[in-house]
Design a protein around this ligand. Structure first.
Ligand SMILES: Nc1ncnc2c1ncn2[C@@H]1O[C@H](COP(=O)(O)OP(=O)(O)OP(=O)(O)O)[C@@H](O)[C@H]1O
Length: 357
């Protein structure tokens, strides 16, 4: 028999809140996670990601709200009674125990029989492809192998939910990519739900079925990686998702599904209205990789910097009213050179300024 995951339908966070004194670190987070889903909690430092994960794990109590696993309320249960698997950034392995004892630790705590523990340790090590390393101490393993041991320990208890807090941030770039694929593979194999905290949008995009973007303890958007990448609903989410150009302007023409915005350049910019209401000032959001030199581009600017990044050059430029821009170029341009930059209208998103309601 293989490693399984506990049977359940859904995990439901109902207005989950957590205060530290007067500080509201989590404000009424509501979310339903289906069995089999991979959810990334994404957001900048201090947005409440780890607090949310620790509340789920039972390491922190809720100030208000509730957590349900199907029709069982679990936020009132102690951490060990929830039986979730946890994987942390620093692995948190016991240095004096060999790999097998580390992996079997949770099972031993649960009072699982010796024979069953041995079986599940074998299976978990098999899943993370470490069957030959069982007798080693953590210190004799590489970072990636140690993180695999931590994953094996988390899944050996056959949890309904696996919680991961930035598990790859201590690994080098190559290993991070390898482990991403591994984590996804293991998630599929188990069929449990995974909630994965990260501040790295690439990691969230590549791993998750759905991404929950947090800011200041609040959910800003929940969506598929494609939703989040193509059409962030608010300008702050757009900025976080890599729309580094944020140009202030005013709508001068409206058509069905498209607007023209005057941002103080030679010509107006055409874009997609995302979060527009009224006639107030707007912010135009563009990814640097979509803003490129073109002879009939609407944005006239002067190059202020140029950097080679292998796949292309990335530059900075300033517009006539001092607008700061980040763009991509196939060829290098000299600092001080005049350039016209352009972007397709369907890659240009328009938001009401201060649209953070
Ligand atoms: N034990 C605590 N006491 C007081 N404030 C706390 C405590 N833990 C977290 N906070 C505050 O709650 C907010 C959210 O913190 P949290 O660690 O959840 O953020 P995060 O998104 O995980 O950040 P990072 O990516 O830097 O780990 C922060 O403002 C933090 O200072």
């Amino acid at each position: 028999m293989a490693i399984a995951s506990a049977d359940f339908r859904e995990l439901r966070l109902d207005r989950m809140s957590r205060n530290f004194g007067a500080h509201n670190a989590l404000k009424e987070i509501s979310l339903t996670v289906q069995r089999g889903e991979f959810i990334a909690l994404l957001g900048p430092s201090g947005c409440g990601k780890s607090t949310a994960l620790n509340c789920l794990a039972g390491l922190l109590s809720l100030s208000e709200g509730a957590i349900w696993l199907d029709d069982k309320r679990i936020d009132t249960l102690k951490s060990e009674q929830r039986g979730f698997g946890m994987v942390f950034q620093n692995y948190a392995l016991f240095p004096h125990m060999d790999v097998r004892r580390n992996v079997g630790f949770g099972l031993q705590m649960q009072g699982v029989s010796k024979a069953e523990t041995e079986r599940r340790v074998d299976e978990a090590l098999n899943v993370v492809r470490l069957t030959t390393q069982g007798a080693k101490l953590p210190g004799q393993l590489s970072g990636g192998q140690q993180q695999r041991v931590a994953i094996a320990r988390a899944i050996a208890v056959e949890p309904p939910l696996v919680l991961m807090d930035e598990p790859l941030s201590n690994l080098d770039a190559k290993l991070r990519l390898e482990m991403r694929a591994e984590i996804r593979r293991i998630h599929r194999l188990l069929g449990s739900a995974t909630i994965y905290v990260t501040h790295d949008q690439d990691e969230a995009l590549s791993l998750a079925d759905r991404i929950v973007v947090l800011r200041d303890g609040e959910v800003r958007q929940i969506g598929t990686p494609q939703d989040l990448y193509r059409r962030p609903l608010h300008s702050d989410v757009a900025e976080f998702m890599g729309f580094r150009n944020a140009l202030a302007g005013k709508v001068v023409r409206r058509e069905a599904g498209e607007v023209e915005v005057d941002c103080g350049f030679a010509g107006p910019l055409r874009g997609q209205p995302v979060d527009l209401a009224g006639d107030g000032p707007v912010t135009v959001a563009i990814r640097p990789s979509d803003l490129v030199p073109m002879s009939d581009g609407a944005l006239d600017a002067e190059v202020t910097g140029m950097e080679y990044r292998g796949e292309a050059y990335f530059g900075t430029a300033t517009g006539p009213a001092g607008q700061e821009m980040f763009f991509r170029s196939e060829t290098p341009l000299g600092v001080g050179e005049a350039v016209r930059l352009g972007v397709p209208a369907d890659r240009t998103l328009v938001y009401a300024s201060g649209g953070e309601q």
